[in-house]
Design a protein around this ligand. Structure first.
Ligand code: MLT
Length: 217
């Protein structure tokens, strides 16, 4: 395991299998680079795992971009930070030898929102994304082409922070951009549950089987 402040982000990298997916783990508000490492190992045992810490502090809690209020994002900061994170992912791919594989983001809440922003702003960066409790980060002026990239949105049926309409709109937006989107409703609120893990494991199994041969991951 490498813990580092290189490449512009405090992060941890756990090396793993030379084939199969590389995971990019993106924590929620108040989390850090260690939070989702165990989840990544549960979802795809043995996969390389890259986990950065968000650079914005909100009352001491790390986040990936600024917000003005709950669910109201500082768009200028969000755009800038999404590009910055995409640059970090590209640089990490070279530094840690991903062998051309594009990481699959596993993001929770604020981490899922920045992953969605990266899909929309930097469509070449990720090979897919699991977005747990995500919202629409913004509607892009120019729609990117996501070329059938696998995306799963996992939404809580009674999430007090993310209205059902937001999860539905995000799935629709990513579908319009050409991603292969599934929207999974999880019995629960904003917190990550065992059902999330089960749904995510199922999706990872399916998306790796359904990915066309030769397509970068
Ligand atoms: C959070 O608590 O992190 C929000 O629900 C999502 C965000 O602000 O990005």
């Amino acid at each position: 395991m490498t813990s580092s402040t290189d490449l512009g982000f405090v992060h941890r990298f756990v090396p793993g299998a030379a084939d199969g997916p590389v995971l990019l783990l993106l924590h929620g508000t108040g989390g850090d680079e260690s939070d989702l490492l165990p989840l990544g190992e549960l979802l795809v045992p043995g996969a390389p795992r890259l986990s950065p810490r968000g650079k914005v502090l909100e009352n001491g809690m790390p986040r990936f971009f600024r917000r003005l209020a709950e669910g109201v994002f500082d768009q200028e900061d969000l755009h800038r930070r999404a590009h910055e994170l995409a640059d970090f992912v590209d640089a990490a791919g070279r530094a840690y030898n991903f062998g051309g594989r594009k990481p699959i983001a596993v993001g929770f809440s604020n981490g899922a929102n920045i992953a969605a922003a990266m899909l929309l702003l930097r469509p070449g960066t990720l090979g897919g994304a699991l977005l747990i409790r995500a919202m629409v980060p913004f509607v892009p002026e120019t729609m990117p082409s996501l070329h059938g990239e696998p995306v799963q949105v996992q939404a809580g049926e009674v999430d007090p922070l993310v209205p059902r309409s937001q999860a539905e709109a995000l799935a629709e937006l990513l579908r319009d951009a050409g991603a292969n989107v599934t929207l999974r409703w999880i019995v629960g609120g904003h917190a990550l549950t065992r059902s999330d893990v089960d749904a995510a494991k199922e999706w990872f199994g399916f998306s790796s089987l359904s990915r066309p041969a030769g397509q970068p991951q």
